[in-house]
Design a protein around this ligand. Sequence first.
Ligand code: SF4
Ligand code: SF4
Length: 335
Amino acid sequence: MNLVFRYLYNKYRPEGPRWLPLAAVYYLTYNCPLRCAYCSDGTGAPYYSLTEEALPLSEVKRILTAIRKSCPTLILTGGEPACHPEFVEVLGFVKELDFDEVILTTKGDSLEGLDDALNGCVTRLVLSVDTLDPGKAAELCGGSVLEKTLHRIKYLSTLPGRRFEIYVSSVVGTFNLDELPQVSEFAEKAGVWYAAQPQLRGVKAPAGLLSDGRYRGFYDSLIRKKRAGARIFGPVRYLELLRDFEKFECYPFTMLVVAPGGEVFYPCLEIGHKLGRIQDAPDADALRREGRLRYGSKPLCDNRCHSACAAEYAVFMRHPECAIKEALSSALTSR
Ligand code: SF4
Ligand code: SF4
């Protein structure tokens, strides 16, 4: 089922009986050796504190197979996905499943020797960098990985035959607002994409961030760069929404979010009702029907969830022209 049909279904039948997500997010493992000060799931708990164990490869394969039946786009995340003890084998299996798009989010310090595993599997590699200062990064994230991450970005950006896009991604907080312009310049110089999302504690940004004039100034600078054709993630409308913390209509069923053990969240990670394991369900439609029976339809939320996924899909649903323009500009500025 192609992406355009999925898009139209979510836009015009948001309460329809089918669950045709635009992207599936799989939390391969919640484990992570780092302790980022801003780490937060939808309830405010750091991912590394969640006790659900990662599953062995055989069970991960069942989960990924079920996800592939429901969705052609996979976001593989965590925790730190590279912490999964069979991470390389997981990448190999993802490659076999032939998703249209695979986005891997990671700190990127454990990717040495994985060029071949990444190539042909991943289409977008998202590496987290919040500052270029190693001491500050270590203080912020409880571990010294920044130099390895920066080295990996430089190495991969010039890798012959690379078939995936690289994104440098920052969490924007009052703790790093003065340093983010240098991070975005680093991405520009390396010829890769740059993405920035506000820090959220649970579903809301900390009050100090909203009132910090540097926050607005930083997003204004990204908007100027985007308009000038730089590789900045997301349409201008999306960057404006994050800049202004505007309220938006959320489309939670554009995403299928799956916990390490296969549990599907309904209607979204943030509200977090668990529907059952995707590998044991007949299909995503059956899960959605079950969710509606147990928990009702899409909720009407207050102003919240200014995350990359919820906000970007909300903009795309509301403004189809942004989706088209972004797809065209990505095609023109990509490798
Ligand atoms: S790398 Fe990610 S999962 Fe690990 S502590 Fe930092 S934010 Fe949390
Ligand atoms: S705004 Fe969307 S993602 Fe956030 S809690 Fe509401 S439905 Fe869930």
